[in-house]
Design a protein. Structure first.
Length: 277
């Protein structure tokens, strides 16, 4: 298995960042398709954040992929902005980091047509705090850090609305969708990767598993945890041209296997919930 980590993506324009970070990768669809159907091991390039999807992909590659005739070339990303661009540009064959709402928003914003192969797992999100131990203890005027992307911002707002702390429209995506804020909470919009680091400066912050685990945040420390009925399951995404590609379908089947689901439960516990098959 080859592991490529485009660390130079941060702070650089998307096109330039991908050119630098993925130099030498070549066009992903070309790299793997030559072996398809030949009986040889087929390579598939998959983009993901390091935790938990990156660890999941590496485990599948090391434990299950060879028997399926597959080699998973995992390419690490450090933010939510670049994996879909890499997929559109052909630098990866698939990615695993987003839910269907995020995918739809990306397609709408960019005129792209990426597709979901299917749901894989729920990366449970939560609110954390260095100052209080229960969400009900938030005082009037409390400062709350939330993601600055429409999908996860709406996700955070929905969680607060479900607790009766604010009121929102039916499907919120931005602060403009907050219809009532009786506690005069001050919302601070921050890029996902920086939310955990913002905890000392705010009263509470919404953090997803991809950034909670590296920061040492556990669900038992959270002041409000997303329920298992959440609609924000992460999906394996690809292009329309590769949706029925043998490599993509093999990967999807491996991710849904009993062995992989057991690995998720044993490794990440209640912070990563496999989709019910």
């Amino acid at each position: 298995m080859t592991f490529i980590s485009p660390k130079r993506l941060a702070g650089v324009g998307l096109a330039a960042a991908l050119t630098i970070g993925l130099a030498g990768c070549g066009a992903a669809s070309d790299a793997g398709s030559t072996d398809a159907g030949s009986g040889d091991v087929q390579t598939i390039k998959v983009g993901a954040l390091a935790i938990p999807a990156g660890e999941l992909l590496q485990w599948v590659d090391e434990n299950l992929a060879a028997d399926a005739g597959l080699d998973i070339e995992y390419i690490e990303f450090t933010d939510y902005n670049t994996p879909n661009t890499a997929l559109v540009d052909g630098d990866v064959d698939a990615n695993l980091f987003q839910n269907t709402t995020f995918l739809a928003n990306f397609n709408t914003a960019t005129g792209s047509d990426l597709v979901s192969v299917g749901e894989i797992y729920l990366p449970v999100a939560a609110f954390y705090s260095d100052k209080i131990t229960d969400i009900a203890d938030l005082e009037k005027g409390a400062k709350i850090a939330i993601p600055d992307d429409p999908t996860n911002e709406g996700r955070a707002l929905e969680m607060l609305a479900a607790e009766g702390l604010i009121e929102t429209t039916e499907n919120p995506s931005t602060l403009n969708d907050v219809t009532s804020n009786p506690n005069d909470f001050e919302f601070v919009e921050i890029e996902n990767a920086s939310l955990a680091a913002a905890l000392p400066d705010v009263d509470a912050a919404f953090v997803t598993i991809s950034f909670a685990l590296p920061a040492g945040l556990k669900l038992e420390d959270a002041i409000l945890v997303e329920g298992e009925s959440s609609k924000f399951f992460n999906v394996l995404a690809t292009t329309p041209e590769l949706e029925n590609d043998e490599r993509v379908q093999k990967l999807y089947d491996l991710l849904l296997s009993d062995e992989t689901q057991a690995y998720m439960e044993e490794t990440f516990g209640d912070q990563m919930i496999p989709v019910t098959k």
